[in-house]
Design a protein around this ligand. Structure first.
Ligand SMILES: Cc1cc2nc3c(=O)[nH]c(=O)nc-3n(C[C@H](O)[C@H](O)[C@H](O)COP(=O)(O)O)c2cc1C
Length: 328
């Protein structure tokens, strides 16, 4: 029997995918800055037997519409946006099985501190953390950190490949399984001969250090990826255990899935190894009619003003209403 795996999809902000829906009388998403909002959500998802909560993130603002961030700010289109990593320990403390797919861009942080943060979360969640590997798609994020613009599309994936080599080494190669003894009698907490320095001198990153965290339950977190371009799928085929796709029809989803599976084969993995999650917005209600009525009600609140850069760095208008497919 085939099992369907379900991830919820949210973001540490007011309007994740549906700008304007925060104005709905039953919407609570403007409480995103409270722990209670997230612990309630985590409990609900666990009760509903969800596999994981996938948390999106951006480190910049949508500022191309009208050459200004005003529309994004006015409509709370993924801004204000808080750091998603901070939510995970609180949600883990009120759940036992729910996984967390944390989006983190590798373009603005050296792999050394990042690897430690993920190891910490893997310890605190007892092995329930995943990482959605993104390189970012906003020039505004690059500008925030002193760059004129992002690196080019394929170069971002080249940098990502090297980043992965560094974090794999830190997570997998620095501490042997039995390095930590916790031996009160002999006074040895860690056997230094079983902890190894990671030396990496690459094109983009240099590391000469011991990983600071002891081995966590998974060591390497579950790896998610969502790139849809040829180079993105090549990267996913190499690294991703879970691939997140957004397809507007079954035919497109089928083609994308076949292509990702083909890439996994090319990269020396089994074609069915990556788990693939397709984005859907589901509206539930006791009857079909009530579900449609609910959908129509939600739709009135949507503000479709958002301009999204595509994979080629150009900008296209996305009417968010079209993203709200209904499955009953
Ligand atoms: C369903 C889905 C979710 C995504 N979530 C994020 C995200 O939270 N943060 C982010 O920076 N990029 C996100 N992306 C963008 C991808 O990581 C990637 O940068 C983008 O698809 C461009 O890469 P590509 O040209 O290989 O497709 C998402 C993409 C998809 C399809």
């Amino acid at each position: 029997m085939k099992e369907i795996r379900l991830n919820a999809f949210d973001m540490n902000c007011v309007s994740h995918q549906a700008s304007g829906l925060w104005r709905h009388p039953r919407d609570r998403s403007d409480q995103y800055h409270t722990l209670q909002y997230w612990t309630d959500l985590a409990r609900t998802l666990e009760r509903g037997l969800f596999d994981a909560l996938f948390l999106a993130d951006v480190l910049g603002i949508y500022d191309v519409y009208g050459a200004s961030p005003d529309a994004a700010l006015r409509n709370a289109a993924q801004v204000p946006v808080n750091d998603p990593a901070m939510l995970v320990s609180a949600m883990a403390s009120v759940t036992r099985n729910l996984g967390f797919g944390l989006t983190a861009t590798l373009s603005y942080e050296h792999p050394f501190p990042f690897a430690r943060r993920m190891s910490t979360l893997d310890h605190l969640t007892q092995g329930r953390i995943g990482w959605n590997i993104v390189t970012g798609y906003l020039d505004s994020a690059a500008k925030s950190t002193g760059k004129a613009q992002q690196s080019s599309h394929d170069a971002r994936y080249d940098i990502a490949d090297e980043y992965m080599r560094v974090v794999y080494d830190l997570w997998e190669g620095s501490w042997e399984d039995d390095a930590v003894r916790r031996d009160r009698a002999s006074g040895v907490f860690t056997d230094p001969s079983k902890v190894h320095r990671i030396r990496h001198d690459g094109k983009y990153f240099t590391v000469d250090a011991i990983h600071l965290s002891e081995p966590s339950p998974q060591r390497t977190p579950v790896l998610f990826q969502a790139g849809a371009s040829r180079r993105g799928q090549q990267f996913a085929g190499t690294h991703a255990e879970c691939v997140f796709i957004a397809g507007p029809s079954k035919e497109i989803v089928r083609k994308t899935v076949a292509s990702i599976r083909g890439q996994a084969l090319i990269q020396g993995r089994r074609s069915d190894e990556p788990l693939i999650f397709s984005l859907l917005t589901i509206v539930t209600a006791p009857t079909h009619e009530e579900a449609w009525a609910k959908y129509e009600d939600y739709k009135q609140y949507i503000i479709p003003t958002i301009v999204w850069p595509d994979s080629r760095g150009t900008h296209r208008f996305k009417n968010v209403i079209h993203r709200m497919q209904t499955i009953l």
